[in-house]
Design a protein around this ligand. Structure first.
Ligand code: SF4
Length: 485
């Protein structure tokens, strides 16, 4: 895992993926899909399309719009099937050679592959393969899958993909394109999302339903945890090649990562966030004059908090959407400036008021500190921070860019200390029981939790081979630390 130097104190999703099969404008539709998935990764984007015996690709650093808007680029990607990827690097760093989809010419033909998630034994496998003579072109964990597919002795490409995936551990949703097939897979725990859609008869695989909505495609269903879908000229074939395990979808997708207009695993993200806000209000009420979200991700939870508490909701902080991440230099001084560039207090709704600020999470605490300061400077009488998730005490190893544990404010501070750190009058979090209630679960079953919630609980559902090998604490020890934190 690598932390991005431009980190602005939010957690970042690693990637978004998209694939479409059997339509004459596959690349153009893939561009649309990637536009809708841009929130899942802003550092790079890529598309591979297949046409009459040839794979064509275009990959670039930066956003989708400046790199894929020209007709020339689309003309260079002919064909009726394509896959695409938007990337936020947690594994591999931001270099063009690390931009997906990756492509390889194998014994059974070409294959392009795009992956969302993080393989937790990629380093281990890679070291073994390099020792045997394999040559890697990138530093991405995804390339490990390509090598394992290449080395498999199975007789079909689908069986080779399955063979490869049985050797990796970690969280993944992936799409693969061969001359005749589009393949989609979710890991057995189903940590990362993947949905199946349909555009006038052309099947689509995408990280979120918002990528279907943008082109008027129909949502068909979620790809099941551990399910492998093969799409070819004969239709859609579903396989379940892995032994079943307890499903553990990433609960943070509902709190922050997924787009609020997406439906994830049968639930509306927007509705879930409003229910989370209502639970937060029931659990942590405070006498105040106004509920203000930290935009944009705090907005639905703040609406839920305001409705439940019957305290007026106002957009007391306005976000400037035109500040590019690349503008923010990785120094403390400029980070401080960065927050003021991105947010401005809407003074008329703050001055003289007792303010409840609602945000989705606290990572390092730097953004919260600056936001509280900004609201005080705008004349707030009191500032009460309410967080729409439990304290983030653990790093994610499943494809979300989090700082190492020691840099997470909640891992090293009590709530009282955190309140002082961010200089709020009070600070309170949603607890795990409230979070599960908001997600429609009566309680968190400690033996079989319905979600991955490891960044709050330290209960990592999937092995962390590379972390353990690195000499850091294993998952069980991390859990014990969580219990005493
Ligand atoms: Fe999601 Fe947290 Fe689990 Fe990572 S550790 S997959 S962010 S719930």
């Amino acid at each position: 895992m690598q932390t991005n130097p431009f980190d602005d104190d939010k957690l970042h999703e690693e990637c978004g993926i998209f694939g479409i099969f059997g339509t004459s404008d596959a690349a153009a539709n893939t561009v649309l899909g990637l536009h809708a998935l841009q929130h899942r990764g802003q550092e790079a984007a890529g598309i591979v399309a297949y046409n009459e015996g040839r794979f064509n690709s275009h990959r670039a650093l930066g956003h989708v719009a400046p790199n894929f808007s020209s007709e020339k680029v689309i003309r260079e990607l002919p064909g009726d099937s394509a896959i695409g990827h938007v990337r936020y690097s947690t594994s591999g760093g931001t270099l063009l050679r690390n931009v997906q989809p990756i492509y390889a010419d194998l014994e059974l033909g070409g294959i392009a592959l795009a992956h969302n998630g993080n393989l937790t034994n990629a380093r281990h496998i890679r070291d073994e393969l390099v020792a045997k003579g394999s040559i890697f072109q990138s530093t991405m964990d995804t390339e490990v899958i390509t090598h394992l597919v290449a080395l498999s002795r199975k007789t079909t490409v689908v069986d080779r993909v399955v063979d490869a995936l049985k050797q990796v551990e970690g969280a993944y949703a992936l799409v693969a394109l061969t001359p005749k097939k589009l393949i989609g897979v979710r890991d057995p725990w189903g940590v990362r999302p993947l949905v199946l859609g349909n555009l006038k008869g052309a099947p689509i695989l995408a990280s979120e339903t918002c990528a279907l909505d943008i082109m008027g495609a129909d949502f068909v269903r979620d790809v099941e945890p551990g399910e492998l879908i093969v799409i070819d000229a004969e239709g859609i074939h579903s396989h379940h090649p892995f032994p079943p395990v307890q499903r553990r979808f990433c609960i943070f997708e509902y709190i922050y990562f997924a787009r609020p207009d997406s439906q994830v695993e049968g639930l509306s993200v927007y509705e879930s966030r409003k229910r989370i806000g209502a639970e937060l209000a029931r659990l942590n009420p405070v006498d105040a004059d106004v509920v203000i979200p930290v935009p944009d991700s705090g907005v639905p939870a703040a609406i839920g908090y305001a409705a439940e508490s019957k305290i007026p909701f106002e957009l007391g902080i306005i976000r400037n959407h035109y500040v590019g991440r690349t503008f923010i230099e990785p120094t403390d001084q400029i980070r401080h400036l960065g927050v003021k560039l991105k947010h401005n207090a809407n003074r008329a709704y703050i001055e003289g008021k007792r303010v409840i600020l609602v945000d989705d999470s606290i990572v390092r605490g730097t953004t919260s500190t600056k936001i509280v300061e900004m609201v005080r400077d705008a004349g707030a009488k009191e500032v009460h921070m309410r967080i729409a998730s439990p304290p983030t005490t653990h790093s994610c190893f499943y494809g979300v860019d989090t700082p190492e544990r020691g840099k997470l404010l909640a891992a090293t501070h009590t709530i009282e200390e955190m309140t002082k750190f961010i200089k709020a009058d009070s600070l309170a979090f949603l607890d795990m029981a409230g979070l599960y209630r908001a997600m429609g679960k009566p309680a968190r079953d400690p033996l079989k939790p319905a979600f991955c919630d490891a960044c709050f609980s330290g209960d990592y559902p999937i092995g962390l081979t590379d972390e353990v090998n690195r000499g850091t604490r294993g998952p069980r020890q991390l859990t014990l630390l969580a219990e005493t934190a």
